[in-house]
Design a protein around this ligand. Structure first.
Ligand code: GCU
Length: 453
């Protein structure tokens, strides 16, 4: 009995100790620029064993792989195996969407392995006046039906975090939040500019909770495995994997120009977009909106959210190996500028919000700046000055950056910038008005297909 009592007391003290530690790490949040520690940023153009990189070829053969490998095994975690789309089916489509300017398509993508199944839905809009549209692909936080007020968008029955603003109680999404994120997505602006749009509810790929029995993970477990190994995928890699599978689908959709897909994400999904763009070179560009710690922001600055804080609050996002760097950012042989550089020479856009200090706007900017030498190896222009631009003074180069006023969010201003930038990097708007021999009937005949791959 005494023994049991001691054990309980010990356990409780340990619990309280861990609790107070976690709290104090969050409470210790530094928002004071003068308290940013001195740190040395790993040189992107020097390999881990000291060799100097002098050309794009050397970057690709000597350096890119080891950097990618580090992020894979020590931060986001690796995908433990190959899993192709089993089948996909078009479950709904229609014309006359988005005020008569677009066609809508909803596609369910199915996976099966280990006797387990997973499906996720892609909602697509294609502008009527473009035969094969370049497009923005991005996950949404609260269901496809929230991105635009369109009664035809199916409401997902996947698990969702409860949220009063979206009328989500009992982890179920409902009609009440249809169109609730219209302002954050600006789909009509994309369509007007000749872009298609594809979105997926991220919780269908992996519910955002510290539980590895659900989502995609179990489909790739080895026998008797019930959680990822220390270097295997956390949720961010799982979500990034879903984007690469969406890309597999887009390559087969005749409405999409799969060579011009820009992967987009906000916040945790901005971290995801950068990681997807790094892993899958089919993405033509990537946009990280307010992605912060573990996304665009430099970890070594320890400004706002830190590695320890993020790993404590969201233990399922990164692989277990990443906790080695809790309050130990100095030891990181890479920083997030290296993640951005993995996009090179493909264009990348980093955006911050002035009041989003938790995400460290300056750290996001500096990452973009320090990724630039890799872009220069390819003769591309990145960010030329270490001086942050003013509010609403976007820089639209192969590495792009802006900081806007306001809070952590995606706004109309953000989308206006992304569209302008996409117009320049994807070869102006020459895809527009190339719509001639496309007809309604070809759209519908294609849509009957349901293939096995
Ligand atoms: C939290 C988290 C951030 C993340 C954000 C989000 O604030 O600490 O790292 O980016 O959620 O995804 O909204």
């Amino acid at each position: 009995m005494e023994y049991l009592k001691t054990l309980i007391i010990l356990f409780l003290s340990l619990f309280l100790f861990l609790q107070s530690n976690a709290q104090s790490a969050a409470e210790r949040t530094n928002y004071d620029e003068s308290k940013v520690p001195d740190f040395e940023l790993p040189d992107l153009l020097t390999t881990f064993d000291g060799r100097k990189i002098k050309s794009a070829k050397e970057w690709e053969t000597l350096r890119r792989e080891e950097v990618l490998d580090f992020f894979t095994n020590n931060m986001y975690g690796k995908i433990p195996g190959e899993l192709n789309i089993d089948t996909w089916e078009i479950v709904e489509e229609g014309t006359g969407a988005i005020n008569g300017k677009a066609r809508r398509r909803q596609v369910e993508i199915h996976f099966e392995n280990n006797g387990k199944k997973l499906s996720f839905n892609i909602l697509l809009y294609f502008p009527n006046n473009v035969e094969k549209a370049p497009l923005f692909l991005g996950y949404n936080f609260y269901g496809n039906h929230t991105v635009y007020d369109d009664p035809n968008i199916r409401v997902s029955d996947a698990w969702a975090r409860n949220n009063e603003a979206y009328s989500i109680t009992s982890h179920k999404m409902t009609e009440a939040s249809r169109g609730a994120q219209t302002a954050n997505w600006q789909v009509e602006k994309m369509i007007d500019a000749g872009y298609g749009f594809a979105t997926i509810y991220y919780g269908e790929v992996d519910p955002d909770r510290n539980d590895f029995d659900d989502g995609i993970h179990p489909l790739l477990y080895a026998d008797n495995q019930n959680k990822p190994l220390d270097n295997e995928w956390g949720a961010i890699t799982a979500w990034a994997w879903g984007l690469t599978k969406a890309m597999d689908y887009l390559e087969q959709d005749r409405g999409a120009d799969a060579s011009k897909v820009i992967v987009f994400g906000h916040s945790r999904l901005g971290k995801t977009a950068l990681w997807a763009g790094a892993m899958d070179e089919r993405f033509a560009g990537a946009i990280s909106n307010n992605s912060g710690c573990g996304g665009a922001a430099l970890s070594k600055r320890k400004f706002g959210e830190t590695v320890e804080v993020i790993n404590t609050a969201f233990p399922h996002w990164f692989c277990d190996n990443f906790s080695v760097y809790n309050n130990n950012e100095e030891a990181l042989p890479v920083d997030q500028h290296a993640l951005i550089a993995l996009m090179a020479p493909r264009p990348v856009y980093i955006a911050s919000a002035e009041e989003d200090r938790w995400a460290d706007p300056k750290g996001e900017f500096l990452s973009a700046y320090h990724a630039t030498p890799v872009y220069e190896l390819y003769g591309k222009t990145g960010i030329n000055s270490e001086e942050m631009p003013g509010i609403h003074q976007p820089i639209h180069n192969s590495v792009a950056y802006h900081i806007r006023s306001g809070k952590h969010s995606v706004t109309e201003y953000d989308w206006e910038q992304y569209i302008k930038w996409a117009n320049t990097i994807l070869g102006k708007r020459n895809h527009l008005f190339s719509f001639n021999n496309f007809s309604r009937s070809s759209f519908f005949s294609f849509s009957k297909a349901s293939i096995r791959s």
